[in-house]
Design a protein. Sequence first.
Length: 497
Amino acid sequence: MDSLTSLMDGFGTALTPMNLLWAAVGVLLGTAIGVLPGIGPAMAVALLLPVTYGLDPTAAFIMFAGIYYGGMFGGSTTSILLNTPGESAAVVAAMEGNPMAKSGRGSQALAAAAIGHFAGGMIGTCLLVVLAPVVADLAVDIGAPDYFAIMVLAFIAVTSVLGKSRIRGLASLLIGLTIGLVGLDQMTGQQRLTFGSLQLADGIDVIIVAVGLFAIGEALWVAAHLRSSRDGAIPVGRPWLAKDDVRRVWKPWLRGPLIGFPFGAIPAGGAEIPTFLSYVTEKRLSKHKDEFGKGAIEGVAGPESAASASAAGTLVSMLTLGLPTTAVAAVMLAAFQQYGIQPGPLLFEREPDLVWGLIASLFVGMVLLLVVNLPLAPVWAKLLRIPRPYLYAGILFFASVGAYAVSGEALDLVILLVIGLIGLAMRRYGLPVLPAVIGTILGPAAEQQMRRALQISDGSLSGLVNTPFAVTVYAVIALIVVWPWAKRLVVRGRTAR
């Protein structure tokens, strides 16, 4: 009841005209910037941080929250329409959303993503209000072996589900893990795969990898086949979901937050892992398994709902522990410190107006996001009517600008082109792109957690399986690996009978 009372006070703060204005500005800026390939919500918050120096802290954080959610939706827009993720959490949306767009159902994919964001954000924020102390205690108790087990689960799940061959999925994952090795060893400080270049000492930014593999690789692939293909303009389609679509997506909308919120609250890769696990879950549970890879609407609705709920979960550990689990949370933590505020267990007592005003603004931002973006779905879908040479030339331009904006180094453009060529080769030989991005994002973190666990156990491998949580996760991994073979044996036995 105390939380509900405080939340009502927060709505009194968030619904003032000026704070509503800042929430609307944040949602619009976040969506617009998220649509640009390579410029995600973290960069948007970082770029706008100096602009907020003269603002009241509550107004500044309400705008940042709007940018966060708006950026996540904007990233899924380009993933669906152009196969070009605006940020890493939107990678999964490209898997089913882009085939839907190419078949003339881009508006339906965008509508499923928008309502999924709304449902996931609302449920996630409700869980933030009710379960923040419980999830914070859980995050404190999870150790290095548990983090490593979760990341191995993500690796196995993504290579098992995507593509026509597990071997190709594993090969793609190894490419990503290799890219993730570039830079300084986090434990010893030794250079790895830098070829003597100081610019590579910090590693290759994941945004450059995602944009290179998806945007540049896709643009080069289309350019290579442009003359031989005679595809006409892609129809935009109806802007609203049919009854059959709603019947297929309402369960994924509700399942997504159950996966996304807990993962957002623990330092296990932000929204990337839950979106992939949500995709895996929806593929397993769907009655339309044959549509996956060709444009299954469940593969858009579930992961997008999970991503939005994960954003709410991220705020749990950031506000209650001062522990940022994503790049956006890290930038917001810096913003808190800029105002002389230290997130932690006492934040709810010392700054109740700020905290509950921020939480209430999440509900307001979700409504604004839906109201603004749902009517715009057919407008965004009309991007597909642009002639392909101009469209992909624009993608290459914005992808290059986004890659250069990461650190302002010309070398990043060369790396972008090289990774784009790798993406082209992967498409040529049928390797799924997603495991490579996963390997790049989670590989360094998985290596660090594995080495920490081994250091704690003096090098004994038992240190990786010395907690009940880790044992449970490895049991799930074994089930994922063994199940296809066991299923085959059962089918062969029935056939023999």
